[in-house]
Design a binder for this molecule. Structure first.
Ligand SMILES: [Zn+2]
Length: 155
């Protein structure tokens, strides 16, 4: 059996670099190459291959994760903005969950009439109105559309 007296053959150095890049511990590299752990550590320092400490790696990973989170948040914010500025679909149903009678109407309730006056089920929407408006967002939209249509007919 020929014993190579030279610890660091070019092949072993290559292996060392590969294992190092793969993130193996010095002990694992030593076992894989078949040299002592001290030999690995010594060779790594001679090759100027310094490994970041687990803390540094964690910090770097944390930074990367935070950065990704920031990007995601920016994307989400953009989506929210787009949704806010996107015109609501005309056929979006308006759900009046708090429908109320004429006597229950107040500043805080949408006064859009549901059904027709005199009908048994006549009531008002009762949803929370838009600030300063008599109607909730859905009914404000309806009122606005009706108005613009009328203007269009008149014009
Ligand atoms: Zn309403």
């Amino acid at each position: 059996m020929i014993v190579n007296q030279e610890t660091w053959t070019p092949e072993r150095v290559d292996q060392l670099k590969i294992y190092f890049e793969a993130g193996l511990s010095c002990r694992d590299i030593a076992v894989n190459i078949g040299v002592s752990r001290n030999a690995v550590i010594g060779k790594l320092s001679r090759l100027n291959l310094t490994r970041t400490t687990p803390d540094e790696r964690r910090a770097r990973r944390k930074k990367a994760t935070a950065h990704a989170a920031q990007r995601a948040t920016a994307k989400q914010q953009l989506r929210l903005l787009q949704a806010a500025y996107e015109p609501e679909r005309d056929d979006a149903p308006i759900v009046s969950v708090n429908s109320c009678s004429l006597f229950e109407l107040s500043e805080q309730r949408c006064r859009w009439p549901i059904s027709s006056p005199g009908a048994d089920d006549f009531c008002f929407c009762g949803n929370t109105p838009l600030g300063g408006m008599p109607y909730c967002s859905g009914h404000y939209r309806l009122a606005y559309q009706a108005g613009s249509r009328q203007r269009a007919i008149r014009g």
